[in-house]
Design a protein around this ligand. Sequence first.
Ligand code: AHG
Ligand code: MN
Ligand code: MN
Length: 338
Amino acid sequence: MSETHIVTIDRHIIEHERKHPEARGAFSNILTDMALAAKVISRKVNMAGLMDILGAAGSENVQGESVQKLDVFAQDAIYRAMDHTGDLCCMVSEEWEDIIPIPEKFPAGDYVLVFDPLDGSSNIDVNVSIGTVFAILRKVSNEERGSMADCLQPGRKQLAAGYVVYGSSTMLVYTTGNGVHGFTLDPSIGEFILSHPDIRIPEPPDRIYSINEAYTPRWTPGMKRFIEHLKFGDEESGGGGYSSRYIGSLVSDFHRTLLRGGIFLYPGDRENPSGKLRLLYEASPLAMIAEQAGGRASDGRSNILDIQPESLHQRTPLFLGSAGLVGAVERFLSEEGS
Ligand code: AHG
Ligand code: MN
Ligand code: MN
């Protein structure tokens, strides 16, 4: 890319806002504010080894998981970027049990932000990529400061979805329903620069599957048959010759799947029929991005984007990536005995 032809995320957001006549400045402001929060978190992540912010913060979150200090920092960075702008009526975070209200001293707006401030927390101390996931919903109730109905909306209602991956470089990838666009942070100028315009999941996809195979003993028969198919199936039926890649950080495993193709799988099993990943702020945002890039996301039976959430932190099985492979796993799971 020529040095002069730089498209920053702020400029890209404004250009895309013009395509959404109904979108108001507030919507673009939220995306811009998320980019700012991402820069703040990225700076901390990249110094994590140097600061006393590694290791558990000692507390446990609503998921009963030990909260790493960077989770807390990321939660605060996003909250502080958003609480005073007057663009949101409330927020939902993996790290907060209930709806996060906008402080009374600040005005409330027409949008809801749902987010996982730091995804892949178990990787923080070992310097493996981690991420942030978010989506923006439009308020649907008449409650000035939001309500559960405003938060519990199916993924199809998301106006925008995005993630940040704090990896070898920090990238922010987002969609507002007009394709998927990736920006790489240039720390020397503190700007997210358009580096991956119009991302499409490649067809044919790389033969990569991503699943935690330690749970094989807990899988259903259909799940076991599908993974066997990927390993030993015959070529013409689309099986055989796959590589396994599992980073253990959803955002990183998804980012690779988006750029290379393949399938990420976090199934339910006998012990946890709903799996581990959360519908509202992990599965639905990534499902919108996958679909916008020509892929799909399923819970094994239904499109993730069509699922009506019943609670803020509800979990869902998640099969995410190349449409053909997501369809294939649905077929294996639908066979009897799966
Ligand atoms: P979080 O750190 O936000 O709790 O998310 C962790 C998730 C996700 O990033 C990853 O795909 C999954 O946990 C890995 O789970 P397993 O360790 O069970 O494979
Ligand atoms: Mn997560
Ligand atoms: Mn998290």
